[in-house]
Design a protein around this ligand. Structure first.
Ligand SMILES: [Cu+2]
Length: 347
């Protein structure tokens, strides 16, 4: 008795730690355990079915094992050899047939979902088509039928099928929005993987890269912003509006020479690295520095402060990023951050 209590006492902190760890699960914007759309719900349903069956099996096996260990333990003085029951036909049939039945129960809905969720919506006129391109360490989102390209923040209408074709520009990544749908890999070698999902209601959901892709893999976050259909249409229109360069000639020149040689803003610049159109209305800078101007989050700085932090030393925020430390004075950085923070979209 004493011994058992010792073991339990040692296990208690471990159990407490696990409870604490697991209590962080279930954030509605980040968890497969709180599905926010039909695809995620279907996948969660499979998880629940599988886990329920596994728990029942484990419980029954443990109860039988416990019973047998206690009931048939060797008594003091007993030197006899127990009855040997190998090759018992009845038992072998029972423990072969039960797992087969359980596998069929798990298998039918799983196979059904695997084929159902592979449905091709790429030609569906009612779906929003999105080409996702993964880069070390950012995400490019192109809306081929709407003529819009953006980065780091995927804006989608609620209650609409979103049809995704995903590829990579460099190494293997994996596109994942835990609360909306399971992962899809982006494979090198030019192949394109397809998936679809739907968000039931408006909100901001967190997206992740789910495949180790380099030193800043864990910082390769993006946001999925679900808005109502009218807002989505306004956003598409706003993305296409011409954008004015900074009034200050010096800053306009710096922007042209240092920023727009890689980035695009509206109709200006080059589309090599993240498109900056409307960056002032995004939830984050570099996908990682969360803007406090956005009501959903509050821990870092305003868009403008985060832009300064990012431009001053991108490597400090995201080690391995291709964004170089540009040769700018502090005043120039401040002015450019201010200009970019002012690039807001009404939608
Ligand atoms: Cu990645």
């Amino acid at each position: 008795m004493m011994n058992r209590w010792h073991v339990l006492k040692r296990l208690l902190p471990l159990l407490a730690g696990m409870v604490l760890l697991l209590s962080a699960c279930g954030r509605a914007d980040l968890s497969t355990l709180r599905p926010q759309g039909p695809v995620a719900e279907e996948q969660f349903g499979l998880m629940k079915l599988t886990i329920t069956i596994m728990v029942v099996v484990v419980l029954i096996v443990f109860v039988i094992a416990g019973y047998v260990i206690i009931r048939y333990r060797r008594r003091p003085g007993d030197k006899s050899i127990p009855v040997q029951v190998e090759g018992n036909h009845k038992l072998e049939i029972i423990w072969t047939v039960i797992p087969i039945i359980l596998l069929i129960i798990v298998g039918i809905p799983t196979v059904n979902s695997v084929f159902g969720l592979a449905k091709d919506y790429t030609k569906d006129p009612n779906a929003v088509q999105i080409n996702v391109t993964a880069h070390q360490y950012w995400w490019e989102f192109e809306y081929p039928n709407l003529g819009v390209k953006t980065a780091q923040e995927l804006l989608i209408p609620e209650g609409t099928i979103i049809s995704v074709e995903a590829k990579t520009a460099d190494v293997l990544h994996s596109f994942w929005i835990p609360s909306l749908a399971g992962k899809v890999d982006t494979n090198p070698g030019g192949n394109v993987n397809r998936m679809y999902f739907k968000a039931d209601h408006t909100g901001v959901f967190l997206g992740k890269c789910a495949e180790l892709c380099g030193p800043s893999h864990s910082l390769m976050d993006f946001k999925v912003k679900v808005v109502d259909k009218a807002s989505f249409d306004r956003w598409v229109a706003a993305m296409k509006n011409p954008v004015a360069l900074p009034e200050d000639q010096e800053i306009a020149t710096v922007l042209n020479k240092q920023c727009l040689t890689c980035h695009a803003i509206g109709d200006k610049g080059v589309q090599l690295y993240p498109n900056l159109t409307g960056i002032g209305s995004r939830e984050s800078v570099g996908g990682k520095l969360i803007n406090t101007d956005q009501p959903e989050y509050a821990n870092e700085g305003s868009v403008e402060e985060n832009l300064k932090t990012w431009i001053k030393d991108p490597q400090a925020v995201k080690p391995g990023t291709l964004m170089p430390k540009v040769d700018l004075t502090d005043q120039q950085i401040d002015a450019i951050a201010k200009y970019l923070a002012g690039l807001k979209l009404d939608y």
